[in-house]
Design a binder for this molecule. Structure first.
Ligand code: ZN
Length: 460
């Protein structure tokens, strides 16, 4: 095109153009008239320029063809797509055609949300170079509608004045972020202050909830480290904080590293350095050789005589039969508890607890505040409290309410073996290496100029 030649003239050219406005007007006329493109710069540049500095050559820009107008429209409460497009400068009829093209790809009534930023591009009707800046005609040229952080819908005008809409994946860059710190308040508060995004922090706590009782196990001076991924868009803006790939809690000197890895069933889980999943189902039958004697649900109470909810299951077994902790956890009660007789309650995580009633006695060392491991003997079958004979009354509590233990569906953990274990070890080493590399000083220095960098984040 003609205009490329004049878009970036050398300094001499610019100076000359400014000094020779009348000549330039003549030249521009000549271009439009006969299209002898190369004459224009050549003529101008032959004139010697004085060395004095010149003001911005505004006149040159005005002679370019009109540029498309790109407008970003923020969606507010009550907006509809038609109004937004019209406000952006589109003609109502064109906006209508563009909206029609969205069918099956994007539903404005469902997908358009407050806070969305739409990009509306208006193209000039005429590409003739002009000095005019106002009163030009524009048509709706294209439209970008955000869908998710990694997808958007593009609407493009075709030659015939129709529009085509399609969903596209946005080019994102994924990076790993390393954060570490000490706990003097709680993992949540110290993690947040160290720069872990809240969504990542919630995931971190969930991952550890099978192994760590966050109300009891965290002490002053404990520490954490984490490596998670996040995505940036083409403008280098963080658009998503994603999966935790590695984390380690050090609780009173005990290190608990966990690694993200795919199970043999194709699901994602977190594993210890030895390849054991942290996910542990609660045992549905926490004793051996028992017979289920009463199910969960409404029943006539054998002693009280009236109908009420049987909030657990009963297993008939000889007095003295060992009872196991249904999962890792902390004993929160090991004492006589009314009609339950000798009773134990174990808190497994923020969601689940289990209770064991009518015991004959407690295993040695089992008392309130003690940690127990899944399968550890905690007590023995008996018939204390309101009981008609030796049996274990067993309850599972979810968020403080009894649920049917036999209906509980908790995915059980996997212990990696053979090839899968070997693959895990390779993966684990690469995560360890990656984590260590993120701490190296040059990386920290390189990214510390980023505005969203937090001083506590090892790299951003
Ligand atoms: Zn019972």
């Amino acid at each position: 095109m003609t205009f490329d030649l004049r878009r970036k003239p050398g300094l001499a050219g610019i100076v000359a153009v400014v000094l020779l406005l009348p000549a330039l007007a003549y030249v521009a006329g000549a271009i439009v008239g006969n299209g002898t493109e190369r004459d224009a710069p050549a003529q101008v540049e032959t004139t010697a320029a004085p060395p004095a500095p010149a003001p911005e050559p505004v006149i040159v820009a005005k002679l370019e063809p009109p540029k498309p107008i790109v407008r970003t429209m923020a969606i507010e409460n009550g907006d509809n797509l038609m109004d937004v497009l019209v406000n952006a400068g589109a003609e109502r009829a064109e906006a209508h055609v563009a909206i029609q093209s969205l069918k099956g790809v994007y539903d404005p009534r469902r997908d358009l949300r407050v806070g969305d930023k739409l990009q509306v591009t208006l193209g000039p009707v005429s590409m003739e170079p002009t000095t005019q800046t106002e009163g030009l005609d524009y048509y709706l040229s294209s439209l970008r509608l955000p869908v998710t952080y990694d997808r958007e819908v593009l609407v493009d005008r075709e030659d015939a004045g129709s529009f085509v809409a399609r969903e596209v994946e946005l080019p994102l860059e994924t990076e790993f972020v390393r954060v570490s710190g000490q706990i003097d308040s709680s993992l949540f508060v110290n993690g947040r202050d160290a720069g872990i995004p809240i969504s990542v922090l919630i995931e971190l706590i969930r991952i550890y909830s099978f192994d760590v009782d966050f109300q009891r196990d965290i002490w002053n001076g404990d520490s954490f480290e984490i490596m998670f991924e996040r995505q940036r868009n083409a403008d280098d803006v963080i658009v998503n904080n994603g999966d935790v790939h590695y984390a380690k809690l050090t609780l009173r000197g005990t290190q608990l590293p966990l690694y993200r890895f795919e199970t043999s069933k194709g699901t994602i889980d977190y594993f210890t350095a030895k390849g054991e999943s942290v996910r542990k189902a609660l045992m549905k039958t926490p004793l051996d050789g028992a017979r289920l004697s009463s199910r969960f649900g409404k029943r006539k109470h054998p002693i009280l005589g009236y109908t009420r909810l049987h909030a657990g299951v009963d297993f008939a077994a000889p007095t003295g039969t060992p009872i196991y902790a249904a999962g890792d956890g902390t004993v929160v009660m090991a004492t006589v508890n009314g009609g339950y007789g000798k009773y134990i309650k174990i808190r497994h995580n923020g969601t689940y607890s289990t209770a064991y009633a009518h015991l004959n006695g407690y295993a040695r060392g089992v008392r309130s505040g003690k940690r127990v491991r899944q399968g550890q003997v905690i007590g023995y079958v008996g018939s204390t409290g309101r009981s008609t004979g030796p049996h274990l009354h067993y309850e599972i509590h979810r968020d403080g309410r009894q649920i049917n233990p036999l209906a509980l569906k908790l995915p059980s953990g996997e212990k990696l073996k053979g090839e899968r274990l070997a693959a895990f070890q390779v993966h684990r080493e690469s995560l360890d290496t990656h984590f260590a590399a993120l701490a190296s000083p040059h990386l920290v220095a390189n990214r510390s100029d980023q505005p969203d960098c937090d001083g506590n984040v090892d790299t951003c």
